[in-house]
Design a protein around this ligand. Structure first.
Ligand code: ADP
Ligand code: ASP
Ligand code: MG
Length: 462
């Protein structure tokens, strides 16, 4: 069985949902009944967060205008997709009820003037609840028996609202209870990604872009043969196409390379997606719902090495570098522990770390606690902070295998002011930190010299 996840642009309007229906029908004919996971229609999660932000500012009216716009968009899509009177009325009513609930939750938040992570999740989950309902009805209308399953009854998580951690054994049990029987009956289960609930049924979310993660958790729980991530590009590309012109799709890459690229900014895949698939060796494919005939990218444990020296590049902007200097570091043990305890206390995760004898540099993405971090570090060290930095990460199995490749990559960057350079023990990636203003040029340089040659032939299946 195959798990198929469709991102926001792949369910963004009636035409996209019709394309989805054709792709799902094709898969059902080919490999049997799949499980479908959908994101919210594109832009909806942002609009829901905007509505919460409006309430937070005391602008209850602004929030209800946003809800009305979302309701209208879903209603218009349902009217365009569904023709059979009874189903159409039922789905439209259910969607109306849902948006009414959303307005009520927001109203309550406005009255109380309280936005908690828990209530924010209750609102934000509405996007996936609505899209899964709509897509299930559209599939059935277009000839594929399908049923919407509330993902909150299936994906069991911790209570860390906004970034909930899955409980995989409980989720697997729920999948066997609520999802597998439908598949066995030839009915396509349609679940919202990104959303779950605690064991006592309180709504949670997995973090932005988390629908990919839901799909891989479901794939692992059901021991699927394949996890498909359907999106708006031809697969994992050699670099972020918004940063590098001429980035090319990669026919294959390893779980480890995909994880590194995702972790360091390749938005096409949520960074947690790969872990559940690795555990069961389930191939993950990235496919384009606008061009379903293109073969896309297949991610497995041991694919053939790509011909180019590097597999791909990833990058992140708006990185902050924290420099910590102290003579106490010299030959002292326990210094690093004190440093990391500060970041832990402020619940801020660190990405890249480099050390010398008397200094350590650390990058962070989340600046919210920066003042507290600096104050706490300043108790025992001199601290400097540099913002507007970027992180460029070169990834490839060949970095591990070919001595000198990392040096050559750094050599091409000799004109750039590199602030940090890091290569981890596993050596599948080489990461540099540089001022953001130089990122695009540095990416283009490394991409052109190391990611393209020789030119791969795009793989197309009949
Ligand atoms: P979805 O809504 O389908 O989940 P996302 O917007 O989350 O889609 O991810 C797809 C986008 O990721 C692409 O449109 C592209 O702009 C961006 N992206 C960044 N890095 C890469 C990369 N290396 N390969 C492909 N896409 C990338
Ligand atoms: N809808 C959620 C988001 O926009 C989850 C996802 O699309 O993967 O972040
Ligand atoms: Mg995504």
């Amino acid at each position: 069985m195959v798990v198929m996840k469709f991102g926001g642009t792949s369910v963004k309007d009636p035409e996209a949902i019709q394309r989805l229906a054709a792709i799902v029908a094709g898969e059902q004919a080919r490999t049997g009944t799949p499980v479908v996971v959908v994101s919210a229609m594109s832009g909806i999660t942002d609009q829901l967060l905007d509505a919460v932000a409006a309430v937070e500012r005391g602008d209850a009216e602004g929030a209800s205008r946003k809800v009305a716009a979302m309701r209208d968009r879903h209603r218009a899509a349902a009217e365009a997709l569904l023709t059979r009177g009874d189903v159409r009325d039922e789905v439209i009513d259910a969607l109306e009820r849902q948006w009414r609930d959303t307005a009520q939750i927001l109203h309550a938040m406005a009255v109380l003037r309280e936005v908690s992570p828990r209530s924010r999740d209750a609102v934000v989950a509405m996007g996936e609840l609505a899209s899964s309902r709509l897509v299930a009805a559209a599939l059935a209308e277009l000839g594929t028996p399908a049923r919407c399953v509330d993902a909150r009854t299936v994906l069991v998580t911790s209570a860390d609202h906004g970034l909930a951690q899955p409980d995989q054994p409980s989720t697997a049990a729920r999948l066997h209870e609520h999802v597998l029987p439908l598949v066995q009956d030839g009915v396509v289960p349609v679940l919202g990604g990104f959303i779950g609930a605690t064991a006592d049924g309180i709504t949670t979310t997995l973090g932005r872009g988390g629908s990919d993660y839901s799909a891989s958790l479901f794939g692992a729980g059901l021991k699927a043969a394949e996890i498909q991530i359907w999106t708006d590009v031809d697969g994992m590309l050699t670099a972020d196409p918004r940063v590098v012109h001429g980035a090319r799709p990669l026919p294959s890459l390893s779980f480890a390379e995909a994880s590194e690229l995702a972790y360091f900014g390749a938005k096409v895949l949520h960074p947690s997606t790969i872990a559940p698939a690795v555990a069961d060796g389930i191939p993950v494919k990235i496919l384009n719902s606008h061009r379903p005939h293109v073969a896309g990218t297949t991610i497995t444990a041991n694919p053939p090495l790509p011909e180019a020296p590097l597999t791909g590049l990833a990058c992140k902007r708006d990185i902050t570098v924290v420099d910590i200097r102290s003579s106490m570091m010299l030959a002292a043990y326990g210094f690093m522990r004190r440093v990391f305890e500060v970041f832990e206390r402020h619940r801020t995760s660190v990405d890249v770390i480099t050390t010398s004898e008397v200094s350590v540099s650390i990058t962070i993405e989340d600046r919210r606690a920066i003042e507290g971090i600096v104050a706490d570090l300043s108790v025992f060290a001199e601290v400097g902070v540099e913002s507007e930095m970027a992180l460029l990460c070169a990834v490839g199995e060949r970095l591990r295998l070919e001595a000198g490749l990392a040096a050559r990559v750094l050599g091409t960057l000799d004109e750039f002011p590199l602030r940090m350079v890091s290569q981890a023990g596993a050596r599948r990636n080489l990461t540099v930190v540089l001022p953001q203003a130089h990122l695009q040029a540095a990416m283009a340089r490394v991409h052109e010299r190391f990611c393209l040659a020789p030119v791969p032939v795009p793989e197309v299946v009949a």
